[in-house]
Design a protein around this ligand. Sequence first.
Ligand code: NAI
Length: 245
Amino acid sequence: MLLKGKVALITGAGRGIGRVISLALAGEGARVIVNDYIEENAKSVAEEIKAAGGEAESVQCNVANFEETTNMIKAILKNNPVDILINNAGITRDNLLVRMKESDWDDVLSVNLKSMFNCTQSVAKSMMKQRYGRIINIASIVGLIGNEGQANYAASKSGIIGFSKTVARELATRGVTVNVIAPGFIQTAMTDKLSDEAREKLFASIPMKRLGTPEDIAPLVVFLCSDKAGYITGQVINVDGGIAM
Ligand code: NAI
C-alpha cells in the first residue's frame, strides 16, 4: 500500500472525479476525509469507502467561503495532521463572454480558484511544520488552451496553475510538493450537460476519440501523493487523450 498511515482531504468529493480519487487513495491505505458542499453525497462516499474496508469520514463545507473553510480545516487538524490535500471542487457556469453574467464570473472564480487559497493556506501551515505534504490541484486543459463559452472557467483554471507554481516554490524546501493535474474532457455530471453538437465537436478534437473517465485521473493522483513522487513539484500534467499535446 502506497499511502498507509497518511491522512488525505479531498474537496468536492461527493461525486465525479473527487469520489473516484477518494476511493483510490483509501484503496492505498490513506484515511480519507471526504468534503462536499452536498452533505449526503460526502457521507455516502465515506460510507462506500468504509464498506470496502477503508477508513473515511465526511465533512460538509462550502470551500468557496474563507471562514467556513478555515473552520473546517481547524477542526480536522485538531484530530489529524493532513498529509495530502486534493483541491478538486469545481463548477461551470458557461456562456459566451458577451452574455456572461457577473454572477457567473464571480461564482466560478470563487469555487474554482478562491477555494484553492482557502484550503491551501490553512493546510500548508501545518504541512510546513511537519515538513511533509502533498498538494494536488485539479485544473483543466481549458486553462491551457481556452474554450469558447468558458472565459470564467478558463480564467479560474489558468489561475490555479500560476497559484500552484508559486506555492510549489514557497514550500519546496519544506518537504511539501504541489502539482497540478489538467484533465481533458472526463465523463461526469459536469460533461453530461453538453449538447450532442458540442459532444461531436469535442470528439473531433480528441486524438484518442473518447472521453476520459475519473479512473483515468485517479492513478496519477495516487502516484503524485506517494513517496515515489517526492522530487516532482510545480508540474502541470495533462490527462486528456492527447488534446493539448
Ligand atoms: P462534478 O460536478 O461531478 O463534481 C464536483 C463536486 O464538487 C460536486 O460533488 C459538487 O457538489 C462539489 N462542489 C461544488 N462546489 C463546491 C463547493 N463550493 N464546496 C464544496 N464542494 C463543492 O465535477 P467533476 O467533473 O467531478 O469535476 C471535478 C473537478 O475536475 C473540477 O474542478 C472540474 O473543474 C475538474 N475538471 C473536470 C473535467 C470534466 O470533464 N469533468 C475536465 C477538467 C477538469
